[in-house]
Design a protein around this ligand. Structure first.
Ligand code: ADP
Length: 173
């Protein structure tokens, strides 16, 4: 991905006009707080119905951290939700490879779907406790290092710290 293809947008990911919206889900895929709750509320019950179907078929144990899977986006402007599970931050173990894998796998799934644009929240930087500057740096570095047919990547900053982190990582500070 080229840096010109990356946009930083402050706001609510559920309102964006993109092909695919990434959900920082938990491995159960049956909903949660933070961005997960916002996505299920905005998209409506069809998303949960498809998640339950995935649990009943291909993902009986849930989605492992670092992987990604797509469902409908229901009533949101987007066409798809790409669910991924970030690692819980740990001070004693370096889980950054798993966090990077989330971004790569989401782009791979977006390629499979034929999505031209995708929006990411700052995966793991909420309840999972990842320090914001590090989470945004890993997001930017991984997206830049990943080959994809996706034309436009929106990094959604939910607060000032996220916006600052993305801008610094992109050299737009
Ligand atoms: P995790 O469990 O991966 O930490 P969270 O949902 O708690 O997931 O947080 C992930 C990131 O999403 C955080 O940076 C949080 O501020 C952000 N976030 C929460 N709600 C929204 C939203 N509606 N749009 C965009 N980002 C959001």
């Amino acid at each position: 991905m080229h840096t010109d293809q990356i946009e930083v947008v402050r706001g609510d990911i559920t309102r964006l006009e993109v092909d695919a919206v990434v959900n920082a889900a938990n491995s159960g895929l049956l909903g949660g707080g933070g961005v997960d709750g916002a996505i299920h509320r905005a998209g409506g019950p069809q998303i949960l119905a498809e998640c339950r179907q995935l649990r009943a078929t291909t993902l009986p144990e849930g989605l492992p951290a670092g992987q990604a899977v797509a469902t409908t986006a229901g009533r949101m402007p987007a066409r798809w939700v790409v669910h991924t599970v970030g690692p819980v931050y740990s001070r004693s173990t370096d889980r950054s490879a798993t966090l990077a894998s989330c971004y790569r796998e989401c782009l791979r799934v977006a390629d499979e779907l034929g999505a031209d644009s995708i929006a990411f929240p700052t995966i793991s930087a909420g309840v999972y406790g990842w320090p914001m500057d590090d989470a945004t740096r890993i997001a930017v570095q991984t997206v830049l290092a990943t080959e994809s047919r996706v034309q436009r990547v929106v990094l959604v900053a939910f607060n000032e710290a996220a916006e600052q982190g993305y801008r610094e990582a992109l050299g737009r500070g």
